[in-house]
Design a binder for this molecule. Sequence first.
Ligand SMILES: Nc1ncnc2[nH]cnc12
Ligand SMILES: [Zn+2]
Length: 335
Amino acid sequence: MLNPQLRTIVQQMPKAELHIHIEGSLEPELIFALAQRNNVSLAYPSVEALRAAYAFTDLQSFLDIYYAGASVLLKEQDFYDMTAAYLQRAAADNVRHAEIFFDPQTHTARGVPMQTVIDGIYRACQDSPVSATLILSFLRHLSEEDAFATLEAALPHRDKFIGIGLDSSERGNPPEKFARVFARCKELGFHLVAHAGEEGPPAYISTALDTLQVERIDHGVRCTDDAALVQRLAREQVALTVCPLSNIKLCVFGDMGQHNLLQLLDAGIMATVNSDDPAYFGGYMNANFEAAFEALPLGLHHAQRLARNSFAAAFLPAAQKQALLDEVDAYFAAL
Ligand SMILES: Nc1ncnc2[nH]cnc12
Ligand SMILES: [Zn+2]
C-alpha cells in the first residue's frame, strides 16, 4: 500500500512528461466518436470490446492495435481534439511541460497531408496552458528512404517541432538503419532521441548514442543487462525516459515489483517517469508514478529526484528550465 501522504506528494509535485506518443493518448471513447464523425468502420463493435482487446503480449501485439486505432484520425480537428484531450489530462496531473511524439508516417501513408497532422497537434499545444513541444518520430519498421521523404515533407513546418525520434518495432530494426537521416537532422539543428533497449538489446542503446548521437534514450530499461553500459549512462548522465505501466503491459517485466526503476536511480542514472501510450497502458503520468511508488521501495527523495530529472532532461531554454527546477525544490522544501 502506498502511503497516502506520499501518494499526494507525487500527484501534486510539478513534473514534465518527456515520452508520450500523442496517438497513444487516443481513448477508446474518442476512437469511436471520431470513427462516427469520419465514417470510418472499426473492427470492434463497441468501446468495451475495443478496450477488452488491450491485452498485449509484446510490443508488436500492441503496435498492431495502436496503428488501427489511429486510422480514425483524418481531419485537422481530429488531431486537435486528441491533443487537447491529452493536455487536459496532463494538466490535471500537474504536468508543467510535455514533449510530445507524433508519428506522421502513420497518417501520411493513409493519405492524410503532413500539414493536417502538424497543424492540428500544434494548434492544440498553442491553446493549452501546459508548455508543450513536439518531436517528430520516424517509424523504424519502414525504410530510411521513407524517413528521408517524411523529413522533407515536414521541413516546411520545421518551426512547429523541436526534435526527431525513432519508434515502432525495435527488434530487427537497429538504430544504425537510420544513421544518415539522423545525421541530416542533427545538421538541421533538431534535438535527437530514440527508443532503444525497450525490447531490444543493450547494444541498441550504445548505437543510438554513438551512431545516431541522440541526447536521450526512450525506455532504455534493458541497459541493466550490461553493467558497463549502466556505468556509462550514469557517468554521462544520459536521461532515460522510463515508462513503468507500458513496460508491464508489454511484458518487459513480469510485474511492477520486478521493474528496475529503483535500480536505475540507485546506479546514478538520470531516469524519468512517463506514460508512453496512456490510453492503452492503464494511465497517465500520475498513474505511472503511483504504480511505481506502490510496488517499489521508492521514497520522498526519489520523488524529488524524478521531478528534478524530468525538467533537467527537458529540451527547454535554460531560464525556463531553471525556474521549473526551482519550483520543484520549493515544493519539496515546503513539505
Ligand atoms: N512503446 C513504444 N515502443 C515503440 N514504439 C512505440 N510507438 C508507440 N508506443 C511505442
Ligand atoms: Zn514510446
